[in-house]
Design a protein around this ligand. Structure first.
Ligand code: G4P
Length: 195
């Protein structure tokens, strides 16, 4: 997605060979116009998949998911990382370990909103080691829902998450795939691979 890649080139900051900072439009301040275009792109790619729910994980997955939900006309569920006052039982839960942050969170989704009747599109902001997506997949399986695929805003193609998920036969659509990060420069996979 050219608009996204241009934005990453223009406003992203390569912090190290592993980490891209995109706080100015995705992880802290949010660019609504870019998010709307991202939502349209996910909707276009998955419009034939019979999606009934989008599932994401708080917090940075919510903005692109809501925009995609608006385009597809379906609700968006975000898995919570912390226990909610009102959401205490009747939950699907999964454990998600973050290699980046070196912490494990138990994520949860209410059984009220995800059932075996649903066809799910999973969306997240980054795909790195794939742990967040694996946790969400676990929850979709617990619900007995169908999985249409996974939509990712920025995939770090040099980390293992993309291959772990694709090796399971799951469709992964990433709007920008980074092949490497060097200070001052983000390199993307060929247009044909990242579309
Ligand atoms: P994984 O889920 O693919 O295994 O990723 P990992 O544990 O490595 O990443 C944990 C958190 O760090 C996730 O956000 C993920 O989106 C984010 N992350 C990973 N690599 C990068 C990167 O290069 N740049 C940025 N900006 N973020 C990265 P999170 O903890 O869920 O945070 P948030 O959604 O609340 O913002």
């Amino acid at each position: 997605m050219k608009l996204l890649k241009d934005k990453i080139r223009q406003d992203g900051k390569v912090l190290s060979e592993e980490v891209l900072k995109v706080d100015s439009f995705l992880n802290h301040q949010i660019d609504p116009v870019l998010m709307q275009e991202i939502g349209k792109e996910f909707a276009e790619r998955f419009k034939e998949a019979g999606i009934t729910k989008i599932v994401t994980i708080e917090s940075s997955g919510i903005a692109p998911s809501v925009m995609a939900g608006l385009e597809l006309g379906v609700p968006v569920i975000f898995a919570r990382k912390r226990k909610s006052l009102t959401l205490v039982d009747h939950l699907y839960t999964a454990s998600v370990h973050s290699f980046t942050k070196k912490e494990t969170n138990e994520i949860s989704v209410s059984k009220d909103y995800l059932t075996s009747e649903d066809t799910v599109l999973l969306i997240d902001d980054f795909l790195a080691n794939g742990q967040a997506v694996l946790g969400l997949l676990d929850i979709v399986e617990q619900a007995g829902a169908q999985l249409a695929g996974v939509g990712i805003v920025i995939e770090k193609g040099f980390q293992s998450g993309g291959s772990i998920i694709r090796e399971r036969g799951i469709r992964v659509e990433s709007l920008a795939i980074l092949t490497s990060l060097e200070v001052g420069q983000a390199t993307f996979a060929e247009e044909v691979a990242s579309r």
